[in-house]
Unconditional design. Structure first.
Lengths: 83, 138, 138, 83
């Protein structure tokens, strides 16, 4: 699974991209977040308030209960501010 | 035509390119950098183009359009610089205006761009979310 | 800035001229000649400028605008030629879009121009009257 | 009083402008129209259906019951079609 981070999420984590081996129990974005938070304090800080974040799976905006699969591209970022 | 680029764009040339057979109206929007600090724009390559293309397609379903041009800049932008152009051609003014506003509202709330101004990430505005809701969800 | 002229205008230059301090948004409309016959535009000199100026003033009362440019051509116009430009600058997109539409709706229904197409005077459209009524009477 | 005619009104009357000496009974645009119609058949034709016409006095849109005065500029024209 490819994880992408943008804007302040990228800055706080000190990286824009990483590859992970998801566990078989990881069914949804929420499961992925729980897994990341358990891994490292930096993730715990970034995901402390999920209402500040948005998520896309395979480049589609989705909600946090959307399913994730082993080969997905999952991106976390703050609400967008383009235009 | 959708472009995400660091270079500036030529508003007059883009609008002129939309004029042609049957086009009676081109509505356009250009956004520029306000304030003294300039902006830096980050985006999600791939998803940005995909998201914009999806909304252009939706606009074409809703209104009888004869052409759409969207150019959005990324990277460092100085005060006063162009950020974005949305230009929509149609036979008549109403569909052109409606589609232009629709596309701007969705660019503001769905296209994965993030602005940084003077070291701070710009906060998303609830008013932009409300504006996009006018069109109801896709 | 209001101009009534037979010469063509440069859309890009007019929009660029509106950008400046505090301007975050320029909404514009350009109208062009549809069809193969071309148009001839007659106007009421004096009243035209006065009527447009009155509506620009009204738009400035309704929305926080930072600049307005209206150029309307008269005389013989070939197919595809520019007819009119309305461009409105503001800090944010909503007032720019609203004022641009407002000014177009009033140009269509109050500014004393008359189009002739292939020897026939173009009939006014009830839909234009309805559009102008959205803003309620001045 | 200066009278101005535009678009098909100008074409039908064969002139874009004329000066008239209004009578003292001529109080409104409607009175002016009645006076013109009585003067010549061409005017009768042009003013046969006033709903097809608009009027401006001193370069302001007005209704047909608006007052007119000796030094006014009064313009008759079809509904506008610019923009």
């Amino acid at each position: 699974m490819t994880l992408l981070y943008f804007a302040w999420v990228r800055q706080k984590l000190g990286k824009g991209q990483e590859e992970i081996e998801p566990s078989s129990e990881m069914k949804t974005v929420n499961d992925l977040i729980a897994w990341l938070v358990a891994r490292d304090a930096e993730y715990a800080e970034v995901f402390a308030d999920p209402s500040r974040l948005r998520v896309a799976v395979n480049q589609d905006h989705v909600s946090f209960d959307a399913p994730v699969h082993a080969n997905d591209e999952v991106a976390f970022f703050p609400p967008v501010t383009g235009g | 035509m959708i472009r995400v680029q660091s270079e500036d764009f030529d508003v007059g040339a883009e609008i002129a390119a939309l004029h042609g057979d049957g086009v009676g109206a081109v509505a356009s929007f250009t956004g520029a950098v306000r304030g003294d600090a300039g902006l830096t724009l980050e985006h999600y390559p791939g998803m940005t183009e995909r998201e914009i293309a999806r909304h252009v397609e939706e606009a074409r379903k809703r209104w009888p359009l004869l052409g759409v041009t969207i150019v959005h800049r990324i990277g460092r932008l100085e005060p006063g610089a162009n950020i974005v152009l949305v230009a929509v051609a149609s036979a008549h003014r109403d569909p052109a205006f409606r589609a232009c506003e629709f596309l701007m509202d969705y660019l503001k709330t769905k296209a994965p761009f993030w602005k940084r101004e003077g070291g701070e990430w710009v906060e998303a505005k609830a008013s932009d979310e409300d504006a996009a809701k006018r069109w109801s969800q896709l």
